[in-house]
Design a protein around this ligand. Structure first.
Ligand SMILES: C[S@@+](CC[C@H](N)C(=O)[O-])C[C@H]1O[C@@H](n2cnc3c(N)ncnc32)[C@H](O)[C@@H]1O
Length: 342
């Protein structure tokens, strides 16, 4: 079986969850490198299977890594290196309906470390190398056929070509959104951290647009329940979630559920800029965690994403629930924690 290499992006902090999704869902997959928010891996699985990964935001065909110097004068070497790479195996994943000489390309670059050039300088050097070698035309962000990606991290450069459209990370273009909706890839990682089982009776009591419940619905469950206090959120969640998800208009402090009925709660309560008074948020978290304890089975657990660390930890202490921080994610300039409670 022939193997291919891919580079995927994920929220920084979730690399370990994305790695386990890759090795568990794809045959003969091996991680070649893990960088901040990026994973390079090889596998023998066909592209259709790779495109089914759900903890990742973008998927690229990986071309190669190479040394990059720190000075602007080193960009000549970068250009020379890129012009010697064989990009054809990576381009074979794209279905082009025109010759390469008619294709418009762009190169997006990221750069971290000490360099005397900008990411735009690096991108431009790569673009010129690719144009000279293959006769590509120069495109722009709104009009191009092929998008290359160059990551410069210290002395290392990584070149890849984008395989997924912008709609990939939003699960298509028809989903409705509510304020503070989670990225589906992050919601999926939270679901995986809850260890989804076919026997689960699953609840997201702060469901917003239903992102977490929709992601949970990609695995078998006994019941999947989503609820929110906001009528607008409930309307959007009903539109977004597949039919097996029950969507209710409930306050998290008085859920319409029997004692011990739920095996897993995965949720992200209000946090970040959405929080109001500190006292109000502490009280909301305390009442929610008390109610969650009532509806959870003896072996049930909660996976919760928030930046309100004090509110969560104080509430768990008062309600006598074990609380463990699992990981921290970089998100919109904040660094919320994923907790396991129960
Ligand atoms: C961070 S958002 C959840 C976003 C959701 N994960 C998504 O992807 O769309 C928090 C949600 O909590 C809801 N909420 C706030 N107070 C609540 C309460 N007392 N009971 C239930 N839901 C509440 C808000 O209406 C909001 O939709």
């Amino acid at each position: 079986m022939e193997s291919s290499s891919f580079l995927v992006t994920t929220a920084s902090g979730l690399e370990s969850v994305a790695e386990s999704e890759i090795v568990s869902k794809l045959e003969q997959a091996w991680v070649q490198a893990t960088l901040r928010g990026r994973i390079i891996f090889g596998c023998t699985a066909p592209l259709e299977r790779v495109l089914q990964l759900r903890c990742v935001d973008n998927i690229y065909a990986y071309i190669a890594s190479f040394r990059v110097g720190p000075h602007k004068s080193d960009l000549v070497d970068l250009q020379r290196t890129i012009s010697k790479l064989d990009i054809m195996p990576a381009l074979s994943h794209l279905e082009m309906d025109k010759p390469y000489t008619a294709c418009r390309i762009i190169v997006s670059a990221s750069r971290s470390g000490k360099h005397t050039y900008s990411r735009f300088d690096a991108a431009n050097a790569a673009l010129e190398a690719l144009q000279d070698c293959y006769g590509f035309k120069r495109g722009d962000s709104s009009c191009h056929d092929i998008a290359f990606r160059l990551d410069v991290i210290g002395n290392d450069g990584f070149l890849s070509v984008k395989l997924t459209p912008p709609s990939f990370r939003f699960r298509g273009s028809t989903r409705g959104f509510s304020p503070a909706a989670l990225r589906p890839s992050i919601a999926h990682a939270l679901v995986l951290l809850s260890d989804p089982q076919p026997t689960d009776v699953f609840l997201d009591p702060f469901c917003g647009s239903g992102t977490i419940a929709s992601e949970r619905a990609t695995y078998e469950a006994k019941r999947i329940i989503a609820s929110d206090i906001s009528p607008d959120a409930v309307t959007v969640a009903r539109k977004n979630c597949p039919s097996q998800v029950e969507v209710h208009s409930w306050d998290c402090r008085s859920l319409g559920l029997e004692d011990g009925e739920i095996t897993k709660i995965v949720t992200n309560p209000p946090w970040g800029i959405q929080v109001g008074e500190v006292d109000q948020i502490a009280e909301l978290y305390l009442q929610f965690i008390g109610e969650a304890k009532r509806v959870l089975s003896a072996s049930g657990k909660i996976v919760l994403l928030t930046d309100q660390t004090k509110a969560v930890e104080d509430a768990c202490l008062k309600i006598c629930l074990r609380v463990e921080p699992l990981l921290r994610i970089s998100l919109h300039g904040l660094v919320p924690t994923v907790y396991e409670i129960g």
